[in-house]
Design a protein around this ligand. Structure first.
Ligand code: ZN
Length: 137
């Protein structure tokens, strides 16, 4: 795979250095059949170093996961070799079923059918708290 030549796919750019593997894991990219390239420690003017993930295939990406792991990520959607959409990902206000509450007495720990919801309570520090019991993520 020539990583510069994606025909139809997604480029996740401006990932904080060292965060690419975490994203790879959380998006379960290892389950994809399509080519995936993870580039690490790529020199960047704005960031010093950054990671990039290129996926040669049309997949749905959970953008909240990206924003949570590394804010300021950009996602380029590529069709027929051209960028057709550029998304800037910021810290999401809420996270649904991405984190699990650590509090064993939280209703999400005791009940099966409840969504795991967290909300951003400190944007500066990127702190999320469980909406049910307020436990820090
Ligand atoms: Zn909780």
């Amino acid at each position: 795979m020539r990583v510069d030549e994606i025909k139809n796919g997604v480029v996740i750019d401006h990932i904080g250095c060292g965060k690419a593997m975490k994203i790879y894991e959380m998006l379960s990219l290892d389950a994809l059949e399509t080519p995936v390239a993870v580039l690490r420690n790529v020199p960047s003017k704005a960031m010093g170093k950054k990671d990039i993930i290129k996926i040669d295939g049309q997949i749905d990406i959970n953008l909240d996961v990206l924003g949570f792991i590394s804010p300021n990520i950009t996602v380029d959607v590529i069709r027929d070799g051209a960028v057709v959409e550029k998304k800037h990902i910021d810290l999401p206000e809420t996270l649904t079923d991405i984190l699990q509450c650590k509090n064993p007495r939280c209703i999400t720990s005791t009940e099966q059918d409840i969504h795991h919801l967290f909300r951003l309570t400190d944007k500066e520090k990127g702190v999320y708290r469980c909406i049910y019991c307020d436990t820090k993520a």
